[in-house]
Write a new protein. Structure first.
Length: 149
């Protein structure tokens, strides 16, 4: 095995642990323990230019998940217009959806493009996603929501 091949496999392996083909009945929203997008406030990406930790005391139920917010104002803004703030593709990794599978996301790997929020598995995947935003988004849109199984 060549050194480059080994390095590529080694770097790809962690992504494969959390990326998986969708199982029947995957939830529409990426969540763990019922909490959407790792408990991040989706409004904060737009109003504070990045991830903001949500608080359990400011929770809104939406699409079968609990969404947390940093304050009541953010929760109210989301309730008034959730489609303006919710991440695309249910908060699953936008790049992975474009490749035909689902993957978890981390709050720090985010992009706002054309007033829409996209999350990714990692910062390195985000860099790959951002190389051709429109192309990757088009692929993901073609796969969504069918990729959920």
């Amino acid at each position: 095995m060549h050194r480059r091949t080994f390095a590529t496999l080694t770097l790809a392996t962690p992504a494969l642990w959390l990326a998986r083909p969708a199982l029947a009945g995957e939830p529409e929203i990426y969540q763990e323990g019922g909490i959407a997008i790792d408990g991040s406030d989706p409004v904060g990406y737009f109003t504070q230019n990045g991830p903001v930790r949500g608080e359990a005391s400011f929770t809104v139920q939406y699409k079968g998940a609990s969404w947390r917010f940093a304050d009541q104002g953010s929760a109210d803004a989301f309730e008034a217009n959730p489609t303006a703030y919710e991440p695309q593709f249910g908060g699953y990794c936008a790049w992975a959806i474009g490749q035909g599978y689902i993957a978890s996301t981390v709050p720090e790997a985010w992009t706002i493009h054309n007033d829409k929020l996209y999350l990714n598995f990692s910062r390195s995947v985000r860099r790959r996603f951002e190389r051709d935003l429109d192309g990757h988004i088009a692929k993901a849109e073609a796969n969504w929501p069918g990729v959920l199984g």
